[in-house]
Design a binder for this molecule. Structure first.
Ligand code: PBG
Length: 386
């Protein structure tokens, strides 16, 4: 047997006989190889003396760009993308977040170009986070339901410019409390320690959700991880007549180090302790299923897994148990790692971003929250086959 080498090789040389290469040359003699050597080794597949009767040849389905496109199982779609945007107090401000190059904090008056860009590239969903002055923060986060808070103003502005955009309001207290926790504090006298008071937090979250609904948000996305909040918010929204407003639940939200850059961006790091008594232990998969089931039972319209890439197993399981859409949040740390490596020339940013998002979609997420959303949309327009 001879010439098996060119049959499977993966190195491209200087011949022009490659039928399969993404770069097309002018000869068609080598039917199977992505690679070609010099013409002494290139020969027609049918002339091969070395053919074996293999039972399976998966490579048949990969032999040309057209076949690969025809059998592709998962495709990214601009309609799946949700773009997170930070809105802050002040005027005329557009400041880049140091740990998230390419991501900005905008004062509400500076939002218009962002909205216009979203419309231009076809991203139809925005997820709003609010940043207020430290002096406006208090122990219960009351700015969360203040109509003059940046998020509420931004909702109004977006709805006046582009009513067709889907506006999601992140619902949490950590950006508004002076202690930076996602819930209210209480003192446990027996253990003499400060804890998060689950049930009194629910009323504050409901007030925040109602305020955002009144401003015109299409949906609320509670990210606090208190028990029972989805049912509580659904009931509160319904009683106020907002039966049409969506709830996207941060259902399986892990206590993750990948949120680091976000906390810089939003100034929402806890001033003491951590979030492990409400966000989930990264070690726990079955517990994530419990959280997902509860949120579905309580009336979530969409369930979310967060972060995304390190939690693909959870996304898969969420898709298996949910009869509703699953969202994956590619969080700040995931964004910043890709940016940093790309800036150093260590990875190809576009391919890594698209591969990461594709992975979540393949795992079962049909909605993708990502700070790369506008770039992804541009890439998809340029090359829809990505
Ligand atoms: C607020 C909230 C956080 C994120 C989304 N909503 C931060 C946190 O829980 O500490 C993280 C988003 C990201 O990292 O991109 N609770």
């Amino acid at each position: 047997m001879k010439n098996t080498a060119d049959h499977n090789s993966t190195i491209n040389h200087n011949s022009t006989t490659d039928h399969n290469s993404t770069v097309n040359h002018n000869s068609t003699t080598d039917h199977n190889s992505t690679v070609n050597h010099n013409s002494t080794t290139a020969r027609s597949f049918h002339q091969h003396q070395s053919q074996k009767s293999l039972l399976e040849r998966p490579r048949r389905l990969r032999q040309s760009p057209a076949i690969r496109r025809a059998v592709r199982e998962t495709r990214l779609n601009v309609s799946s993308l949700i773009y997170p945007v930070f809105v802050r107090y002040g005027q005329g401000i557009r400041e880049e977040i140091p740990s998230m190059p390419g991501v900005y904090r905008y004062s509400v008056d500076m939002l218009r170009p962002v909205i216009e860009e979203m419309l231009l590239v076809g991203v139809e969903q925005v997820l709003l986070f609010g940043i207020i002055e430290d002096t406006a923060k208090d122990s219960v986060g009351s700015s969360a339901w203040d109509d003059r808070t940046p998020v509420q103003q931004a909702i109004r502005l977006i709805k006046s410019i582009a009513p067709e955009l889907i506006v999601w309001a992140d619902i949490c207290l950590c950006e508004y409390t002076d202690h930076g926790h996602c819930g209210l504090l209480c003192h446990n006298d027996i253990c003499d320690r400060t804890e998060i008071d689950n049930d009194s937090t629910l009323d504050c979250l409901a007030r925040a959700a109602l305020s955002c609904a009144a401003a015109g948000a299409d949906g609320v996305a509670p990210s606090d991880m208190m028990d029972g909040r989805i049912g509580w918010l659904r009931q509160s929204l319904d009683q106020a007549g907002y039966t049409d407003r969506l709830i996207m639940a941060y259902s399986a939200k892990f206590a993750s180090a990948f949120y680091g850059p976000f906390r810089d961006a939003a100034g929402s790091a806890p001033s003491f302790g951590d979030r492990r008594s409400y966000q989930m232990d990264p070690a726990n998969g079955r517990e994530a299923i419990r959280e997902l089931r509860l949120d579905l039972e309580e009336g979530a319209d969409i369930v979310m897994v967060k972060p995304a890439v390190p939690y693909q197993d959870i996304i898969r399981q969420a898709a298996d148990i949910s009869d509703r859409p699953v969202a994956a949040y590619h969080v700040s740390g995931e964004y910043s790692m890709i940016k940093a490596a790309a800036r150093n020339g260590w990875i190809d940013e576009k391919r890594v971003v698209l591969e990461s998002l594709l992975a979540s979609q393949r795992a079962g997420a049909s909605m993708l929250i990502t700070y790369h959303a506008l770039n992804v949309a541009r890439w998809l327009v340029q090359q829809p086959d990505l």
